[in-house]
Design a protein around this ligand. Structure first.
Ligand SMILES: NC(=O)c1ccc[n+]([C@@H]2O[C@H](COP(=O)([O-])OP(=O)(O)OC[C@H]3O[C@@H](n4cnc5c(N)ncnc54)[C@H](O)[C@@H]3O)[C@@H](O)[C@H]2O)c1
Ligand SMILES: [Zn+2]
Length: 345
């Protein structure tokens, strides 16, 4: 697909000028070649930021939008985010705000970005208060997934991406869950056919959920399974934990929470633990993170949400529980939250 990128763009996202937003790793791996194929500056310009979650910030947003203005990019430009979820979230936020919004194309190159972050239109940046606290809903015109780029991804990022696939399966499809567990080795070995199938199955689930509830008024929240605890782990570890790793641990904690609230089937945490472990993902929090710190981070999250922390809880693998008030997330008493933390200590 990447070889056909110029033709795909001409058909789906024609533009006078293209801005490629990428990070310092993906820059020489893929972005430079794509830029060359699209044509020289000024037709196509590459804007590169330092790889890593720390760049998903208002600071980088400011630097790149200034560079784009300096380069004279007008409203007839299209932004291409080429890279992992950081390039996608940041590039999408830039596209949605630059000159009040220019069209946007996602070219995800990490497994996490392919199966999760490039689909659904959530963009944004982190702040010192937490993740994704400033952002927009802004749909890409087209998402171009070329799974061959996964061959250069690190093993750790392949595993972290696979955590989001476990999440998709856990909330929507127990057959898919079993398929992932029995294909764990092939996933870790990057068997391209298995990875392609994983991408297709996950994108189908994600796009179905998002199409029903684009701006998360209701059921889209089921995609946050594992993420209330996961975001707290990720933020309080100061991003030592990758997003997918934090979500893996978060899913286990939230399954335990569901059991203690009498909502989740009792065997579910063990089933999740085994799927997570088969993908060589962590099942416990880093030893330097105290339950208090985690709790405080979740506490803050609540200000950004509904006045209190809410959790997506499973009934069982493949099915999410709807709360009595009709919401797809649940409240939980503080004691139950601490009890859930004890299972990931
Ligand atoms: N918008 C959403 O709906 C959504 C959903 C899930 C996650 N996210 C966000 O996604 C981010 C995590 O994404 P990520 O794990 O892709 O992080 P990332 O963008 O930092 O990419 C991970 C690492 O892999 C490198 N990389 C990417 N593609 C590569 C390739 N093909 N070959 C070699 N190296 C490659 C990157 O340079 C980086 O070092 C988080 O910020 C998270 O909040 C967003
Ligand atoms: Zn996620």
């Amino acid at each position: 697909l990447l070889r056909r990128l110029p033709a795909i763009l001409e058909q789906h996202a024609p533009a006078h000028r293209y801005a490629i937003i990428t990070d310092s790793n993906v820059d020489h791996l893929y972005a430079r070649d794509l830029a060359a194929a699209l044509g020289a500056v000024p037709h196509c310009t590459v804007f590169t930021f330092e790889a890593g979650e720390a760049s998903k910030s208002r600071r980088t947003w400011g630097i790149i939008t200034d560079q784009m203005l300096d380069a004279g990019l007008g409203r007839d430009s299209v932004v291409l985010a080429v890279g992992g979820g950081v390039a996608g979230d940041l590039g999408g936020f830039i596209a949605s705000t630059y000159l009040r919004g220019v069209p946007f194309v996602q070219v995800p190159t990490s497994l996490l970005a392919m199966i999760d972050s490039s689909v659904g239109g959530k963009t944004g940046v982190d702040t010192s208060r937490g993740k994704n606290l400033v952002g927009t809903f802004y749909q890409p015109t087209v998402v171009i997934i070329d799974a061959s780029t996964l061959k250069t991804l690190t093993d750790r990022h392949v595993r972290a991406g696979a955590a989001e696939a476990v999440k998709h399966a856990a909330i929507a499809d127990s057959d898919y869950f079993n398929w992932i567990e029995s294909n764990s080795e092939a996933i870790l070995d990057r068997d391209i056919d298995v990875l392609l199938e994983l991408v297709i199955k996950s994108v189908n689930i994600k796009s179905r959920v998002v199409s029903d509830d684009e701006t998360e008024q209701g059921k889209r929240a089921i995609l946050n399974f594992g993420h209330t605890v996961g975001h707290a782990l990720e933020t309080s570890s100061r991003y030592d934990l990758l997003h997918g790793e934090a979500v893996a641990i978060g899913m286990i904690a939230e399954a335990e929470l569901g059991v203690s609230l009498g909502i989740t089937e009792e065997s579910t945490p063990a089933t999740l633990r085994s799927a997570v472990a088969a993908l060589q993902l962590p099942v416990k929090r880093p030893s330097n993170l105290s339950p208090q710190v985690l709790h405080e981070t979740i506490e803050f999250d609540k200000k950004a949400r509904y006045g209190e922390p809410r959790f997506t809880l499973l009934e069982q693998i493949g099915r999410v529980s709807q709360a009595p008030d009709g919401h797809w997330t649940h409240r939980a008493p503080e004691a139950a939250i601490f009890e859930a933390f004890s299972h990931i200590m």
